[in-house]
Design a protein around this ligand. Sequence first.
Ligand SMILES: Nc1ncnc2c1ncn2[C@@H]1O[C@H](COP(=O)(O)OP(=O)(O)O)[C@@H](O)[C@H]1O
Ligand SMILES: [Mg+2]
Length: 456
Amino acid sequence: MRKISFKLGLLFFVFVLGIETVLFASLYVTLVNSRINEEFEQLLARGNSHRRVLEKNYDPSTLAHVTMMESEAETDVVITNDKGRILFFSDHILPFAKRIIKNVKKNIPYDGMIVQKNWQKESHISTVSPIRIDGKIKGYVYMFQNTDSIQNMIYKLKHHFIMVGILSVFLTIITIAFLSRVITIPLIRMKQATEKLSKGDFSVRLQVKGEDELAELGKAIQTLARDLEFLKKERNEFLASISHELRTPLTYVKGYADIARRPNIEEEERNRYLSIIYEEAEHMQKLVKDLFELAKMDQHSFQIHKEPTNLCSFLKKLHDKMYPAFQAKKMSLVCSCDENIIVHIDQKRFDQVMMNLLDNALKYSVQDTTVSIDVRVEKGYIVIIISDEGTGIPEDDLPHIFERLYRVDKSRSRTTGGTGLGLAIVKEIIEAHGGSIYAESIYGKGTKMIITLQEG
Ligand SMILES: Nc1ncnc2c1ncn2[C@@H]1O[C@H](COP(=O)(O)OP(=O)(O)O)[C@@H](O)[C@H]1O
Ligand SMILES: [Mg+2]
């Protein structure tokens, strides 16, 4: 469960530790170098100041005085003549001094120089300053400083660094542990939420704070949960209505089949029952076909193949095909259309749309009424209106007629043979064309179905 925070924490820790180490090491090196340089400079300055005193009074008493002064200080002095012979020395520095003096090359600059700088290995560091009187070298002042004090100082410095280092590693661990938990807690909550979702529990509620990406993700999951919940509810309702739709015809089929198989029944009567059974079976067949159609449309693979079509000749053909059905019901069908409108439609699908709409207009109208198809072009849109003078749709039902399995008069389905899926299919097809459809109706007066398509 804590894996992600551990990983994140470890990653942070490795990086921060790396950065800290580099910073600490460079700080340490610079600090040590500058402290050591200071020591050298001080030693050299001290030698140079002795040298200045001696240049003013180069006599045995001053030499003795300088040496005596140094014997009290932490540093030591050795004064040689110009040939390198030792004249005075302040302490038991002799063996080391001799070795150094022997190795010193000539050409020592007047400002002096460092002759032993290895403070890590040698017992002393050392500088030399020449004594020059009247332009001639009179001798040299060698200064020595015990490296113990330097090493001691470095040791203390190292100790401090180690202490501060440990403290900062400790603080880093605490900070990172805290931060990585704070960062990963919302992630873990979301993971738990999605796990719940996948188990079918859509009641997840995430507390989302802020505007960052994590908050966005949280909101997205929340929306997903709500959508899934809605879909589940819708699916259940849909399944319930389908089973209801199938139950009624099946009851008829079963009932009439039961009567029809009785032996003492008239032939004529049996035929009547059989044709009812046939009709019910046909209805169920249509229902299943439409359901299958809708199921196919629900898949993302549902594709339409648009082709440029002359709308008026398309509608004319449709008119001729449907006209006999209208005539049979003593109704008339008129189509008014301008000659030259080219639309891009999937002809087979669009034919299905128009047949469905005309079928409704026919079904929900009485004789001696007219159904008309009108086409208008408005601001880059093509509007097709199918109007009838039929029963109309009550205001309360109007917003629902495009829903699956929705019928205004449930009981009438026996006589009209409707499944309530026609308009749902129509809507899917029109929307797949990038268009829209809506209905206007006055109950008792008639209905208008208005399709809007984009031109071209
Ligand atoms: N032209 C119309 N006039 C009156 N009612 C209509 C019309 N078109 C659709 N309806 C109503 O909308 C409902 C849904 O239509 P539809 O999806 O085609 O189903 P059905 O299979 O019942 O025709 C119908 O049951 C009917 O009540
Ligand atoms: Mg219909």
